[in-house]
Write a protein that binds this ligand. Sequence first.
Ligand code: DGY
Length: 316
Amino acid sequence: MKIVITQKLPFEIEKYLQGFTLDYNKTDRDLTMDELKVKISDADGLICMLSDRIDKSIIDAGQKLKVIANYAVGYNNIDVTYAGQKGIVVCNTPDVLTETTAELAVALLLSVSRRIVEGHKFVEEGKFVGWKPELLLGTDLYKKTVGIFGFGKIGQTIGRILKGFDVKILYHTRHKNFQAELLTGAEYTDFEKLLKESDFIIIAAPLNESTKHKFTINEFKLMKKTAILVNIGRGPIVKENDLYFALKEKIIRGAGLDVFEFEPKIYEGLFELNNVVMLPHIGSASEETRKAMAKLCCDSVIDVLINKNKPIYSVN
Ligand code: DGY
């Protein structure tokens, strides 16, 4: 049986998938759609990245395809409904990346609130000539209100970590979650109250029709002028040119972004601002987690193709 793996993974994949024929792109170059169509034409399984667009045309090209394992928790890059119609199981990698991604959200938040990147540049440029009472003043997290938009496992874990900062936590998601409230002490609120009352807003939601462009200039205008926005969910949840305007005109104080609307392209204007910290989508990027994600993708493929079991993390 043949498995296509679209990029090099930090895991002994050839050893783990012995017995399969592997078409393994051992580079970090994205395959083109045409390359992928050719590779997938006789494949039984596919391990793909969130940067691979697995649309109808790719799914149709995989005539023998039985399983798609996405190397990410978010799977908005895959036409899951169409894959399901074709009897293809689609899997993702939740749980193993929860803590890692939540840690990055907190790191981004503090980087913006305490101006860490600006401070680093300042030192690097040789501008540090002595301690000053008003040098690079940030804002405290302690005792503030943090609003979490999207309260799945990652959102809840962010809440649990932030409890240590003695903050008030508000959350907004599709359904009130009593168990998560007990774990984090978070309080459910409607979207408007989340916008108006939070000092920090963290987006930890998946991208779907109801979350796309949920944050536009209208929402930024409802937020506090001192508010900081962090996005570790998906880029298109935020209208990026509106965010640029809000940051430039100081409608909000700052932003920390790990994801972008048209990734890997970034709205040019953002590079001119010093109240934004930008990362190249590294939410789950720790050695331990990326290895665990790779193993999980392999296990999903083995479950479907060999054990004929429903894998634990199938999304359709
Ligand atoms: C994912 O896996 O979907 C996240 O973007 C983690 O970075």
